[in-house]
Design a protein around this ligand. Structure first.
Ligand code: DC
Length: 210
């Protein structure tokens, strides 16, 4: 079973993807980390974020097995990732690795922005997880503070809105729900309720396929 989970920054899609993968005992790929790793490689080498050929080279050199969430989850790397993600050559370089992961024999859960529309258009279950910008900014601020780092809610809210704008309006693979995606607004749901909702959708699909 391939499960595609898309949604904007801090919508809760990552947590949902991880929990579903654990429940179904199948691997999970957070494709945001692949874009973050490209941005991080450029920043670490002191290279600009707006040179498409350099960014595509970094994308081609990426090894999915070496993605380090603890390094890549920094808030600034998310903003930088959103900038390299507008480049078609970067997306093409990452797409093959993402699809290979998705097509493993036992199935997989992938989360990102274009999984249901571009990476896995034939996924068995597609979820589009969202929440209001304010709720997402509050969650992201709390998450940064819980890591012992400084965070300013208004700044995080401005970043979230800017990232939405860039991710939704880019020319290639923009953030948009697939026509056959189940929409899940988590603004008023806690993680567990949102997860239970997703589990019901997955179980229904499994029962229909039996
Ligand atoms: O999910 P995230 O916040 O870690 O993603 C970081 C950025 O990567 C996001 O702002 C846009 C980009 N991204 C993308 O364009 N396509 C994906 N499938 C996943 C992430």
């Amino acid at each position: 079973m391939i499960i595609a989970i898309d949604g904007p920054a801090a919508s809760g899609k990552g947590t949902m993807a991880r929990k579903l993968a654990t429940m179904l005992e199948i691997p999970h790929l957070d494709t945001g980390l692949t874009f973050r790793a490209v941005a991080h490689a450029l920043l670490r080498a002191g290279l600009p974020l707006d040179n498409e050929d350099l960014a595509a080279e970094a994308a081609a050199a990426l090894n999915l097995a070496s993605l380090d969430r603890s390094v890549l989850s920094a808030h600034e790397i998310g903003n930088a990732a959103s900038k390299v993600a507008v480049m078609p050559k970067v997306r093409t370089a990452l797409l093959e690795a993402q699809r290979t992961f998705a097509n493993r024999p036992g199935g997989a859960v992938l989360d990102g922005r274009d999984i249901g529309t571009v990476v896995c258009p034939d996924a068995d279950v597609k979820l589009f997880v969202t929440a209001s910008a304010k709720v997402r900014a509050r969650r992201r601020t709390d998450e940064i503070l819980s890591r012992g780092e400084a965070a300013d809610y208004e700044q995080v809210l401005a970043d979230v809105k800017q990232r939405d704008e860039r991710d939704q309006n880019r020319a290639v693979a923009p953030l948009v729900p697939a026509a056959d995606a189940h929409l899940l607004d988590t603004s008023k749901l806690d993680i567990e309720s949102a997860f239970q909702h997703a589990v019901r959708i997955v179980e229904e699909k499994k029962n229909r396929s039996l």
